[in-house]
Design a protein around this ligand. Sequence first.
Ligand SMILES: Cc1cc2nc3c(=O)[nH]c(=O)nc-3n(C[C@H](O)[C@H](O)[C@H](O)COP(=O)(O)OP(=O)(O)OC[C@H]3O[C@@H](n4cnc5c(N)ncnc54)[C@H](O)[C@@H]3O)c2cc1C
Length: 349
Amino acid sequence: MPPRILIIGQGLAGTALAWRLWERGVPFLIVDRDEPLTSSKVAAGLITPITGMRLTMSWRYDVFYREALRFYRACGKRMNQRFFFPRGYVRLLKNEPELTKWHKRRRDPDMQPFLHRKAPQLNAEVIQQPENAFQQRHAAWLDTTAYLESSRRFFESLDSYTTADVKPVDVRDDAEGVEWHGQHFSHVIWAQGWSAEKHPLFHWVPFQSALGTILTVQADLRGETRILNRGCWLLPRHDDTLRAGSTYEWQFDDPNTPSADQVQTLKSTLQSLLKVPAEITATQTAVRPIIKNRQALMGTHPTHPRVAFLNGLGSKGSLRSPWLARHLIEHLLDGTALDAEMDLQQNGV
Ligand SMILES: Cc1cc2nc3c(=O)[nH]c(=O)nc-3n(C[C@H](O)[C@H](O)[C@H](O)COP(=O)(O)OP(=O)(O)OC[C@H]3O[C@@H](n4cnc5c(N)ncnc54)[C@H](O)[C@@H]3O)c2cc1C
């Protein structure tokens, strides 16, 4: 049958897949159960070259970033809206050991294009201990809420979006194609985030998802627009609110309820970053889909060739989903080989 693709999930993964199909003129239906809090809806949308406690380059950053920049700009043009905002990113070093580590790391030749030569100027009336900082280049943030909502409206206008909780048992596949509620498709792609842990065809994928909490904050940063980070990051958004985050909880009972001590630690870290008063106006929590020891996985099921999967975006969904979605669509439609490190069939077990 000619290609027509069913996508389950309209998070960052499913949305990028739908756009990749739209770009190629391939019909699709994207189905989402419209939960109020999901990983993509809660995400800050930060895109950062040098990350983590170890201060290392994010894996294949250059490749993913170039593609993300082109992709979100093109989406913005189509919908006459801006979602993608390149921003300076200032990392403040916590203590002497971190400073020593940074002096070694900063010599890495791969890092040089992502570093500002001059030390950043920071307002000492706003930031506690503003010395010992470096500024990254080619960082950005994606307004995930605006991107997801506008994309949904666009797909609805094409009759290519519907709301439903798709039960795996209702999606039937054979060698020819896929059927769901009387509609026929060439393939189905499950892009359902951490819920895939319970999918009967994918329960063998070694998920190790983590609960994450993010705060909405009001504070007067006196015109500071860069993303700041010391122990936690702080993102000034264009709507005059700030976001601060985020936590990682590996054990949890409820996907939208954080543990009180994690939230308290985040609040204290934020207070130790800022000299100005900060009011917390909201707390949001969701589960990041993470696959153990993998950056992300995609591809078709080993024994169900019409059933595909894209998942495990971890904390890098904004950065990586455009590249991953294009590769998976090219694999399904053109038969191109998948990157060996992200091929579900080579890495899943
Ligand atoms: C606190 C926090 C902060 C984060 N910060 C960042 C950040 O700064 N930068 C960044 O890049 N990433 C960040 N992330 C991670 C990022 O959000 C994830 O990488 C990304 O959201 C994963 O997208 P996804 O589409 O795979 O999954 P999801 O966002 O979980 O989307 C899956 C969708 O599928 C739907 N669904 C599931 N099952 C079904 C079904 N059976 N039928 C119908 N619909 C279904 C769900 O309702 C959901 O809408 C953060 C995450 C959290 C929790």
